[in-house]
Design a protein around this ligand. Structure first.
Ligand SMILES: NC(=O)C1=CN([C@@H]2O[C@H](COP(=O)(O)OP(=O)(O)OC[C@H]3O[C@@H](n4cnc5c(N)ncnc54)[C@H](O)[C@@H]3O)[C@@H](O)[C@H]2O)C=CC1
Ligand SMILES: O=C(CO)COP(=O)(O)O
Length: 405
């Protein structure tokens, strides 16, 4: 078993390491900041508020409710709150599951400041496109920024219109200190398998490594392992990007292509993800972890994935509008494909699979034509990481006060 001493490594963001080695900013970045931390380590009887009672929020409520913690689950649907508290069931998401009696549903309004300030942990399981509005309201309750609850985010997407990662949404709405303390969980973790206690592992990252360790300690269970790190930008990009490639893999299967084609999409998708991440300013190694290749493999190869399902149904000839209106759950890759397209265009990264997914979703390109165009690309070297120095990450870290000239 890993000891705490073994899991902790000196806190240094990979951007700093990359830049120190080779890049444009090697002489410029000089980290001089004090990392914020949350209230003391959540103990065995912590108060946890989970925001978002969809598949993943409910699943994580169950994961933490299966303990001595006092878990509250915020749902914006009044009927869900009422039914959950009476029957310990969430009929809309994970309807088969009997939830722990340690969980109390709250809502439909967001809890008030007094309630929020009593919490030791706030866990956000709200789809990316709705996060900004909810954080704007919640920020009014986070009065004392020196005594923050442990803040955990599990959404996997890029915001439409701003191309912002969640780190930036948090900084915009709650301030840089809150973003620096935030922790991100990402990795191959279907909600319905976690509630069945199938062995699962995830990546947990924060700029404040102590917060990632607290999160890991909170979540770690015999059937659930956490691996900590200090590349939240890479972890976020991994989770967001893999959803776009899951759409591509589903599309391929929906068109009737077989295993070779799916393996090609997964592998070339990983190469694209790594190039986009490197150009953005994340560590390329992050994409080899659970949040990267782990989640990419999972979602590209299973019909349990909503993103894969969107792709599959597109490949079968259904329209995007019909698929979205009948999916019954969020597929973050659909909205994220827009931000990814803008990011690759801006950074000049060659990411043809992501570009073709965008064309199918938003320019009515036929799925078969997209495959033909990909296969017609000229032969190229297998992998050349872009030499760029990570301007988006540099700007984001500047916003967080994590760089100084
Ligand atoms: N389901 C899974 O296995 C996993 C999901 N995730 C991520 O977690 C996030 C949430 O996903 P799911 O729970 O699966 O989605 P879901 O589709 O099951 O549930 C969506 C939730 O968002 C809420 N919602 C809708 N509009 C809202 C608004 N305006 N403000 C606040 N909440 C709103 C709904 O009430 C519902 O609780 C996504 O970013 C997803 O990528 C991450 C890992 C695994
Ligand atoms: O991210 C997930 C599992 O790790 C869930 O994937 P989908 O959102 O595609 O269902």
């Amino acid at each position: 078993m890993l000891t705490r001493a073994c899991r902790l490594s000196p806190c240094s963001h990979p951007l700093r390491r990359n830049l120190t080695n080779a890049s444009l900013f090697s002489q410029q970045l000089n980290f001089r900041f004090t990392m914020p931390t949350s209230k003391p380590q959540p103990d065995a009887h912590s108060k946890v508020l989970i925001l978002g009672a969809g598949n993943f929020g409910s699943c994580l409520a169950e994961h933490l409710g299966d303990s001595e913690h006092r878990v509250f689950l915020w749902a914006r649907e009044a009927d869900l709150v009422k039914h959950f508290n009476l029957h310990h069931k969430n009929l809309k998401y994970l309807p088969e599951h009997n939830f722990s009696k340690n969980i109390t549903a709250v809502g439909p309004d967001l809890p008030d400041g007094d309630f929020i300030n009593e919490m030791d942990v706030l866990l956000f399981a709200i789809p990316t496109q709705f996060l900004r509005a909810n954080l704007t309201i919640l920020n009014r309750s986070l009065k004392d920024k020196t005594k923050l609850p442990l803040l955990i985010f599990v959404n996997k997407g890029i915001e439409i219109g701003t191309d912002a990662l969640t780190l930036e949404i948090i900084a915009d709405t709650c301030g840089a200190g809150v973003a620096k303390a935030a922790t991100f969980i990402s990795g191959p973790s279907f909600a319905k398998e976690i509630v069945r206690r199938r062995p699962t592992s995830v990546s947990v990252a924060s700029f404040t490594e102590g917060e990632a360790v607290k999160t890991s300690d909170l979540f770690h269970q015999p059937h659930f392992r956490c691996y900590t790190g200090t590349d939240p930008i890479g972890i976020e990009l991994s989770g967001a990007l893999k959803n776009v490639y899951a759409i591509a893999a589903g599309m391929s299967d929906g068109l009737g292509y077989e295993n070779n084609t799916r393996a090609m999409i997964i592998t070339r998708g990983l190469a694209e993800m790594t190039c986009i991440g490197t150009a953005y300013g994340a560590s390329p190694l992050t994409f080899l972890g659970l949040a990267g290749v782990g989640d990419l493999f999972l979602t590209c190869s299973s019909s349990s994935s909503r993103n894969y399902t969107v792709g599959y149904r597109l490949g079968q000839g259904e329209s995007l509008q019909t698929i979205i209106s009948t999916l019954g759950s969020v597929a973050e890759g659909v909205s994220t494909a827009k931000g990814v397209k803008r990011i690759i265009d801006k950074l000049g990264v060659h990411a043809p699979i992501a570009a073709e997914v965008y064309e199918v979703l938003y320019n009515d390109k036929e799925t078969k034509r997209a495959v033909r165009d990909l296969m017609d690309l000229p032969a190229s070297r297998e992998l050349d990481l872009p030499p760029t120095a990570g301007e988006p990450a540099r700007q984001l870290m500047e916003k967080l006060g994590l760089s100084s000239g």
